[in-house]
Design a protein around this ligand. Sequence first.
Ligand SMILES: *Cc1c(COP(=O)(O)O)cnc(C)c1O
Length: 382
Amino acid sequence: MIPYGRQDIHPEDIEAVVEVLKSDFLTQGPVVPAFEAAVATTVGAGFGVAVTNATAALHIACMALELGPNDLLWTSPITFVASANAARYCGAEVDFVDIDPDTFNMCPDALEAKLVAAKAAGRLPKIIMPVHMAGQSCDMARIGGLARRHGIKVIEDASHAIGGSHRAKPVGACAFSDIAVFSFHPVKIVTTGEGGMAMTNDAGLAERMQRLRSHGITRDPALMTQKPDGGWYYQLLELGFNYRMTDIQAALGLSQVSRLNDYVNRRNEIADYYDSALQSLPLHLPGRVIETRSAFHLYVVRLRNPARRNAVFDALREVGIGVNLHYIPVHLQPYYRALGFGPGAFPSAEAYYQAAISIPMFPTLSRSDQSIVVDALRGVCD
Ligand SMILES: *Cc1c(COP(=O)(O)O)cnc(C)c1O
């Protein structure tokens, strides 16, 4: 089976992990801050806060921006459920902004129209969470500008997009947002097994997220309500979680992130090959946006005849091509339907879902395996 995605582990990654296992610290010792600094430097952000996974990072990002009950967060319907769930963990309500059919990203025109209506109704969101679907940045200049005009905070769900760039800025530099979140799940661009990181340029937000990942505890006397009782003393200032990343994971991430450029270059080569090899097939290929370099976490094709999609999907699986589908529109999940959403609410997202297939995309995908994928697609599409 050729999978749709897989990790790439080098001998030096294994050595780095073994080093930590032989050291004094297994969890949050010196390697977590080293990994945070490496990612922050790589993407041009002021701070990085490493946590157990991107879902946790999205959760504490929402908390740090004070999202709570009666507040509203808007995200994209074409994302993993975690983007929307982060708001629900805070007791906030979720709504969605439909996608641009060509990029699968939150549509800025739809956002603008929805903001006008929401403002008139007196129900603006507190946070907008665009998702850089498949690794290509959303139009952050426009989304960030619209948000700022209405006093709304922005969290980028950049789980797919480390190593990508937009308008000459790396994704994660937070040029048009308050916080950006990366995932280090094994199918993503670089991995820590499980892991995530929240990037920000705001020292206060970074400090708040550092506290929230460790129960809400501080050891900083300046933040305490009284003088410390002694050298052991700490205070619980607010209710947080244990979302700490281990040094074992951070060592893997630190070693992996040193190859980020190679990974993203290779993914772009694979995408370029697919773009040319598939162009005569009855498919819509992923839209490319100017001034934007995708990290190409995913390569999504859409059938020109969506009625053929299931047959094509099944036929590819049958010949050993591990195609997948990213994503089922979040608002159609039973949990969100129970909150009042239903079919027809976001037509572009729903049309995308009817036509999409993710085909294999990972840095060690060989040219010959890519040819097998292309030939199989040609065979089943015609
Ligand atoms: C993978 C992913 C997440 C969740 O990441 P984890 O690290 O698995 O928690 C969130 N949002 C998107 C868009 C993702 O692809």
